[in-house]
Design a protein around this ligand. Structure first.
Ligand code: ADE
Length: 242
């Protein structure tokens, strides 16, 4: 899978591409991330890519032309590599990205991600060249870079071969539509507290039941709206009642 990112701050992406799960996926050739700055596509001698907003007000707005040229170049490069990419703009005005959306994103062969800065980007670019607008949460970041990294991390870890079998994404919190159950590791006693005895029992069916019950209970307590949306089968309803 291929991501092309349009950003004024390509160095920020080192956080994602130099170590960890995503870096390993890139090294193995399972995913590619190509960074491109609109500053390379401006005719301005100062390489400026922003200007003051029409109508006045604080902040600066990213201009149409350099962003459009960078987007077109990214899409053309992807197409030359046999990848047909849609364009997504990261912004607090976008549609909320949840795990189901991440699964959909990860099933595409490529995306061009536009990370905005300043007060935003010229609306005409969004109208002309953006297919989707995504938000990672109801708060305002100082730019779309972190949001783009969040989306790429969540999508790339789902690609076949990225995670080992043991920590496969199928075990994730949210893969089941539930929050995760609690986890414990050695030692058996930490700060005077033990481990739930079922986990030491060796009874795998009982352990699975306990984990599902914990996941249901936590989701019910902490995120009831997730549980309402997902629904429960009879076995799950019984476990939650017990
Ligand atoms: N850019 C700034 N804030 C953002 C958010 N919450 N989600 C996506 N992109 C953003």
């Amino acid at each position: 899978m291929r991501f092309d990112v349009i950003t004024l701050f390509p160095a920020q992406f080192k956080a994602l591409t130099q170590e960890g799960v995503v870096a390993r996926a890139l090294r193995r050739g399972i995913a590619e991330i190509h960074l491109r700055t609109p500053r390379d596509y401006t005719a301005d001698p100062q390489r400026a890519v922003d200007d003051r907003p029409y109508g006045g007000g604080p902040g600066m707005v990213m201009q149409y032309a350099p962003l459009r040229a960078a987007l077109d170049a990214a899409r053309a490069d992807a197409a030359a590599a046999g990848v047909s990419s849609r364009v997504a703009y990261l912004s607090p005005q976008g549609a909320p990205v949840d795990q189901a959306k991440i699964v959909e994103i990860a099933s595409a062969s490529g995306w061009v991600l536009l990370a905005g800065r300043y007060e935003g980007v010229d609306e005409r670019l969004i109208e002309d060249a953006v297919d989707e607008e995504w938000s990672i949460g109801d708060y305002v970041l100082s730019g779309g870079e972190l949001a783009a990294m969040v989306v790429m991390d969540a999508a790339i870890r789902l690609l076949p071969g990225v995670l080992g079998h043991a920590d496969s994404a199928g075990q994730d919190s949210y893969a089941s539509g539930l929050l995760d159950c609690p986890h414990y590791t050695r030692p058996e006693t930490a700060a005077g507290r033990g481990v739930p005895s079922v986990l030491l029992s060796g009874d795998h069916a009982a352990i699975e039941r306990w984990r599902l019950q914990q996941a249901l209970g936590r989701t019910w307590e902490r995120r009831p709206e997730l549980l309402r949306k997902r629904g429960m089968n009879d076995v799950e309803r019984q476990l939650l009642d017990d």
